[in-house]
Design a binder for this molecule. Structure first.
Ligand code: AP5
Length: 215
């Protein structure tokens, strides 16, 4: 079993690579962003409370996010977890360490995906996903198929996220540098940190990630 964190700013490619790992290694992707968007879509009270916070690009409270992820970690995952977008604060990192240790699990690697801000803006403002299977597209580098059908599942709903605009992205980046980037030093000190050039092509990043994970 391998438990890894994909750490990186918005648009670094965490979700794109996590999908490959789910397919190739039977791992379970835990994306707190997806969980929060599911809560919004379900119309739950919590979903309503966080909707504006997410649209502004700010972080949701640690309490809510840890509450969302706790049960999943307790259930465990045979092929291991890919933590995508979690932890994002030092308090979340401490909570993750406690939860893993309390359930006899451990963290194997933290992979920091490095991408500069200019590339992040281009990636985020051009992103769309399939509303049925979540396949990730980009207007320039991986355009939504001309026949209007997702290449992965044939679904016909192309979705764009409410927070994928330049204004929210500025806040998301500020939140990342202020609250999440201290995790780089935190995990470096624990000897867990590995670095990956996220500016490489999607295929190259995928290869390098597989190499880091010992394939
Ligand atoms: P979340 O959903 O986690 O968003 P994010 O971290 O901002 O990351 P993204 O999903 O935007 O980017 P990604 O790295 O997955 O990139 P992707 O692979 O899609 O969080 C959203 C919000 O929820 C937060 O702002 C916050 O409010 C809240 N939240 C979530 N978790 C939280 C937590 N733990 N605590 C508090 N609040 C939380 O790729 C992007 C684009 O680039 C795609 O179009 C893709 O095709 C393209 N691309 C990917 N890789 C490459 C490549 N190598 N070359 C060229 N293009 C590429």
């Amino acid at each position: 079993m391998t438990n890894i964190i994909l750490l990186g700013p918005p648009g670094a490619g965490k979700g794109t690579q996590a999908r490959y790992l789910v397919e190739s290694r039977n791992m379970v992707q835990l994306s707190t962003g997806d969980m929060l968007r599911d809560a919004q879509a379900s119309g739950s009270e919590m979903g309503k409370r966080v909707a504006e916070v997410i649209a502004r690009g700010e972080l949701v409270t640690d309490e809510i996010v840890i509450g969302l992820i706790r049960e999943k970690i307790e259930e465990g995952a045979e092929g291991g977890f890919i933590f995508d977008g979690f932890p994002r604060t030092l308090a979340q990192a401490d909570a993750l360490a406690e939860l893993l240790s309390a359930t006899g699990q451990k963290l194997d690697a933290v992979i920091e995906m490095q991408v500069d801000d200019e590339a992040l803006v281009a990636r985020i403002t051009g992103r769309s996903t399939c509303g049925d299977c979540g396949e990730v597209y980009h207007d320039q580098t991986k355009p939504w198929p001309e026949d209007g059908k997702c290449a992965n599942c044939g679904g016909t709903t192309q979705k764009r996220r409410a927070d994928d605009n330049e204004e929210s992205l500025r806040t998301r980046l500020m939140e990342y540098y202020k609250k999440t980037s201290p995790l780089i030093g935190y995990y470096y000190a624990k000897g867990n940190l590995q670095r990956l050039n996220g500016l490489d092509s999607i295929e190259k990043v995928r290869e390098n990630l597989a190499w880091i994970m010992g394939e």
